[in-house]
Write a protein that binds this ligand. Structure first.
Ligand code: PLP
Length: 362
C-alpha cells in the first residue's frame, strides 16, 4: 500500500496537445512548462511533447538550463526575460528566446559580448499591468535599442498576456486588451512574430490565435475557466493524486473530528482516515465536504486537513476497508472541483505537489 502517489498519463498529455493544435491550426505552439510543468515534471513532460510542440516556455533561466541539460533542442522562451545583465551570455549560449519587458533588458542585450544573436520578443502591457510598458514612446525606445544592435535577431517579435480571457464579466475589457495589442503592432510597426493567446485565449478568443500561442493549463487536461472542467473542453486530466485509507472508525452522532473539532458528526457514521495531507500538497483550506473518490463513489472530507492525513465521512452504511484506494483528484474527480472547495484554482493545486510524493509516468 502506497500512502500517496501521483501518476502522470503521458498519452493524455499527447492527446491534449493534439487537441490544442486542432483548436489553433494556424498558430505555432509554445508548450508552457514553467513551475516543474505545473507540477507534472519538467523534463518528463518536455520529452513527451518534444515531437509535437514547436517550442517550450519557462519563467526562469534555470528551468531552461535543466531542459538543455536534458537534451531538449527546441526553442525555449523566457517569459519574464532575465534578471541580471550577465544572463544574456547564457541566453545566447543556450540559444534561448527571451521576452524583453524593459529598457534595462534591451540595453543589457545591446551591451553584451556574445557570438550568437538572441531571439527577442518585446513584451508589452495591454491591460494587466504586470510586465512590459503600455507607453508607446517607451515601447518605441526598447524597440529601437534592439533594432540597432547586432545582438538581437530581426525582425523582433511582440509578446503580451491576456489577464481576463477566462472572466466572462470582463469580456469587454478582454476585447480592449486584444485591440491594444493589434494597435501596438500597427502603430509601432512590428513585423515579426506575434505571441498572445494563453489557454483561455485559445479556448475562447480566436483573435488571440497569433503566430504563436502559449497553452499551459489545458495541456494538463485542466480548464482555465471557473464554470467548467477539462472534459468539457475535450481534454483529459493528466495528473492523478492517489492515496489510501489507513484507519476506519465508527462515529456516534455529535462526535468531534480532528484539530479544532472542525467536524461534528451530524449522525452516526463511519469515518475514514486517508494518508494525504498538506505536507503532500493537498490543500489545508479544503472545506468540510470537499469531494474525495472512494471505491467508486464521492464522499465528503470531514474536519481540517492535517499535515499527513485527512478525514472522510464514509457514510453510515460504509463497507470500505483499510487499504482501499482513494482518488483525491484525477480523471474521475476533477481537480477543478477540489480547487473550488478549497478556495483556490486548480493551477495552484497541481503546482504545489510536495517532493515527498512519488511520481510515476504511464
Ligand atoms: C503561465 C503563462 C502562460 C500559460 O497560461 P495558462 O493559463 O496556463 O495557459 C502563458 N503566458 C504567460 C506569459 C504565462 O506566464
Amino acid at each position: 500500500m502506497k500512502p500517496i502517489s501521483v501518476t502522470i498519463d503521458t498519452s493524455a498529455l499527447m492527446a491534449n496537445f493534439k487537441r490544442i493544435k486542432q483548436m489553433t491550426p494556424d498558430s505555432r505552439h509554445i508548450a508552457v512548462v514553467k513551475a516543474n510543468a505545473y507540477g507534472h515534471g519538467l523534463v518528463r513532460v518536455a520529452k513527451v511533447l518534444e515531437s509535437l510542440t514547436d517550442a517550450f516556455a519557462v519563467s526562469r533561466i534555470d528551468e531552461a538550463e535543466i531542459l538543455r541539460q536534458a537534451g531538449i533542442r527546441s526553442p525555449i522562451v523566457l517569459l519574464e526575460g532575465f534578471f541580471n545583465a550577465s544572463d544574456v551570455n547564457t541566453i545566447s549560449k543556450l540559444d534561448l528566446y527571451t521576452a524583453v519587458h524593459d529598457l534595462f533588458q534591451a540595453r543589457a542585450i545591446s551591451a553584451a559580448d556574445i557570438d550568437k544573436p538572441v531571439h527577442c520578443w518585446v513584451q508589452v502591457d495591454i491591460g494587466m499591468h504586470r510586465l512590459g510598458s503600455n507607453d508607446p514612446k517607451e515601447i518605441a525606445q526598447i524597440k529601437s535599442v534592439l533594432e540597432n544592435t547586432q545582438n538581437a535577431v530581426k525582425p523582433l517579435g511582440l509578446i503580451s498576456h491576456l489577464s481576463v480571457a477566462d472572466t466572462p464579466s470582463e469580456n469587454e475589457y478582454n476585447e480592449k486588451e486584444i485591440n491594444n495589442f493589434f494597435d501596438i503592432v500597427r502603430d509601432l510597426g512590428f513585423d515579426g512574430d506575434l505571441c498572445l493567446g494563453n489557454s483561455a485565449g485559445i479556448c475562447r478568443w480566436d483573435r488571440s490565435h497569433t503566430t504563436w500561442v502559449r497553452p499551459g493549463i489545458i495541456m494538463y487536461g485542466i480548464s482555465p475557466f471557473e464554470d467548467n472542467t477539462g472534459r468539457d473542453l475535450g481534454l483529459t486530466p493528466v495528473m492523478t493524486l492517489k492515496s489510501s485509507i489507513i484507519a476506519i472508525h465508527k462515529l456516534k452522532k455529535g462526535d468531534k473530528v480532528g484539530y479544532g473539532a472542525a467536524f461534528v458528526a451530524p449522525r452516526d457514521t463511519v469515518l475514514g482516515v486517508v494518508s494525504a495531507g498538506y505536507g503532500d500538497g493537498y490543500p489545508r483550506t479544503a472545506q468540510n465536504g470537499t469531494p474525495v473518490l472512494v471505491n467508486g463513489r464521492i464522499v465528503p472530507t470531514a474536519g481540517h486537513v492535517c499535515m499527513d492525513m485527512l478525514f472522510v465521512d464514509l457514510g453510515p452504511d460504509a463497507r470500505d476497508q483499510v487499504g482501499d484506494p482513494v482518488e483525491l483528484w484525477g480523471p474521475d474527480l476533477p481537480v477543478e472541483h477540489v480547487a473550488s472547495h478549497a478556495g483556490t484554482i486548480p493551477y495552484e493545486l497541481v503546482c504545489r505537489i510536495m517532493p515527498r510524493v512519488e511520481v510515476s509516468y504511464i
